[in-house]
Ligand binder design. Structure first.
Ligand code: CP3
Length: 346
């Protein structure tokens, strides 16, 4: 008998469809500006992308929230926009203003992308993964990630975040063939990138489709559903048991269909989804993750406890990972995060 068998982290058990004693917990954007220790090391790097590409700093940022809070998973410290950067599009982050890219507005812009050589630029990310995995305990899962093609494309076209990603929607209506070429390039790069992350040592990956909710049904099918279905199929072909979580923010009524994607292991619910509805319509198909309002966490107090309890009451009877419904907000008080973890861990 193999007595040296490593324990399987709770999050991976949930993604295998097993129920755990209490829901495991991690938070989207759990590393970052709400942590003073992050702000301190961030100030030592000349730019955010250089920070992401410096393994010493990225390893430290990945581990900071684990040390402080004991989350059940660490998430690789990086950004979804390293893919456009690796494809040769200029990406920068302006303090307080978010990402800035040279907008792509033509077929020439897409043809100029360097779909092949590119992923070498992400070498430091794989090194970060190896170094983090070596430092984490066997109980803590390490998550990798990428942005979904639609969300990444929406930044590549607009050159920045906008309230409703209108520039990319307009571009896709006017030039569907060119837009499809762009989606295909990002899809192929994302497949290679996720496979490389899994080979470097992440235990599971999450696909962030933060802007899935702004598209009408037909466009949702073409630009969100199909590319994510393809990524899942190809990653699984290369690494058969790879656990994959989709986070299609704002996709509402489409959730049950996404949950049926062959090879997907879990689905992230955003803040707007009622856990009572999701337990019947989504969790009956696939393990779910979510979905505390980041503003309830920021606010704290009794109302925070009530919000946590409502989610646990509805979702903890079946495989479930506690998380936020979107990323943690920079002004969130540390003590509210402590309050949340205590309540979930019981
Ligand atoms: O802790 C973690 O979750 C790991 C690291 C991580 C970051 N970004 C670090 C980051 C992850 C998983 C992301 C994902 C990401 N990046 C998404 C999808 C999730 C979501 O929030 O919707 C998106 C859309 C981006 C693109 C992006 N990166 C934006 C819009 C911004 C600026 C706004 C913001 O939230 O800061 C970033 C910058 C960014 N990414 C920071 C961090 C810690 C702040 C930059 C800094 O510290 O200087």
């Amino acid at each position: 008998m193999d007595t040296d068998k490593k324990p399987t982290p709770d999050i991976l058990q949930v993604l295998q469809g097993k129920q755990t004693r209490r829901p495991p917990i991690w938070l989207m954007r759990q590393a970052g500006r709400y942590l003073p220790e992050y702000r301190e090391i961030r100030s030592t790097a000349p730019s955010f992308l250089e920070f992401c590409y410096t393994p010493r700093l990225a390893v430290e940022a990945t581990l900071q929230p684990i040390r402080r809070f004991g989350f059940d998973a660490a998430i690789l410290f990086s950004d979804i926009l390293v893919i456009p950067d690796a494809l040769g599009q200029k990406v920068s982050f302006e303090t307080g203003e978010g990402p800035r890219l040279n907008p792509i507005d033509s077929i020439q812009g897409i043809q100029a992308l360097d779909a092949n050589v590119s992923l070498d630029r992400l070498g430091p990310v794989y090194e970060t993964i190896e170094r983090v995995r070596a430092k984490l305990s066997d109980e803590t899962a390490l998550l990798g990630f990428c942005g979904a093609p639609w969300t990444v494309a929406s930044y590549m076209i607009a050159g920045k975040g906008t309230p409703d990603q209108a520039p990319a929607r307009l571009f896709a209506y006017k030039h569907p063939d060119i837009f499809e070429a762009l989606i295909d390039i990002i899809t192929e790069a994302s497949i290679k990138y996720l496979i490389a992350q899994l080979k470097a040592g992440v235990d599971a990956v999450q696909i962030f489709d933060s802007w899935a909710g702004v598209l009408p049904a037909g466009e949702f099918e073409s630009w969100c559903y199909k590319p994510v279905e393809k990524i899942v199929a190809e990653v699984r072909k290369a690494i058969p048991n790879a656990p994959i979580i989709a986070f299609p923010r704002g996709s509402g009524v489409h959730l049950p269909k996404i949950a049926k994607i062959e090879g997907l292991s879990g689905i992230g619910l955003d803040t707007s989804v009622d856990p009572a509805w999701a337990s019947k319509e989504v969790q009956s198909i696939l393990p779910v993750q979510g979905n505390l309002d980041p503003l309830a966490l920021l606010a704290g107090g009794k109302r925070l406890d009530q919000s946590i309890d409502y989610i646990i009451k509805n979702l903890s009877q079946a495989p479930f990972i506690f998380n936020l419904g979107h990323g943690i907000l920079p002004p969130t008080p540390i003590e509210n995060v402590v309050q949340l973890i205590k309540r979930v861990k019981g």
